[in-house]
Design a protein around this ligand. Sequence first.
Ligand code: NAP
Length: 249
Amino acid sequence: MRVLILGGSSEASALARALAGDGRFAPTLSLAGRTRAPVLPPVPARIGGFGGVAGLVAWLRAQGAGAVVNATHPFAARMSANAAAACAATGTPLLRVLRPEWCPQPGDDWRVVPDMAAAARRLGDAPRRVLLTVGRQDLAPFAAAPQHDYVIRSVDAPPKDALPPRAVVISARGPFAEAGERALLRAHAIDILVTKNAGGDATEAKLAAARALGLPVVMVARPPAVPGGTVPDVAAALAWLEDVRAGRA
Ligand code: NAP
């Protein structure tokens, strides 16, 4: 069965690795092409947008796809909506793999905001030292809050013209451990952290570090979920694929 995995998350890569060499499935991993040197699992990959819903419909028909697993990042709202529309149009079974959200724990000081512009405003008027871990595509709103000093951590360095005026860039790829995160916060004298509620183990340590140091966290809430079947992890996605292949789902 031909399976399209919409990627850009660790779950997508793990699912592709799990299907590699399994003769029952012919997976293709699709990436948007945002990461300069993606770590690719050993399955066929395609890179770049499909060209909206119509492009994805055409791709699914041309490939005879039997199922789509949307394992994009929890904040990839447009691709998720496009996948829902294209799968409805072609009658292709669709599943979303969406890791659970992070939840505040005792000792946390979270300021939950609906989007990145609100996150920039929530930093307030007084200058602060901010650790920004929101990804390099989402920095523009912070240009409107130039009074702060920013330490920006992202997998690929953002282009210089995307940076707020007083910014230091750290290029790093998770997973990150709590001791290292505490050291980073201390070394840069950070007094507030901004992050998306991505969920997952790989980048959660910064929250524990902020808690340990008594630092507030501006937490950008997830976009609204697209209707449709959703599972929290790769094991459940594998079980679903077996059901689809066997005609049980
Ligand atoms: P998005 O806003 O939902 O999608 C924008 C457009 O990018 C889509 O309409 C589609 O173009 C293309 N696209 C997105 N994911 C794709 C995929 N897996 N394969 C082929 N085309 C894809 O997405 P985004 O938030 O910009 O994220 C882009 C990619 O980075 C996604 O794969 C996502 O999983 C990953 N990522 C995102 C974040 C984040 O915070 N947003 C964080 C880490 C990783 P067409 O309409 O032309 O098909």
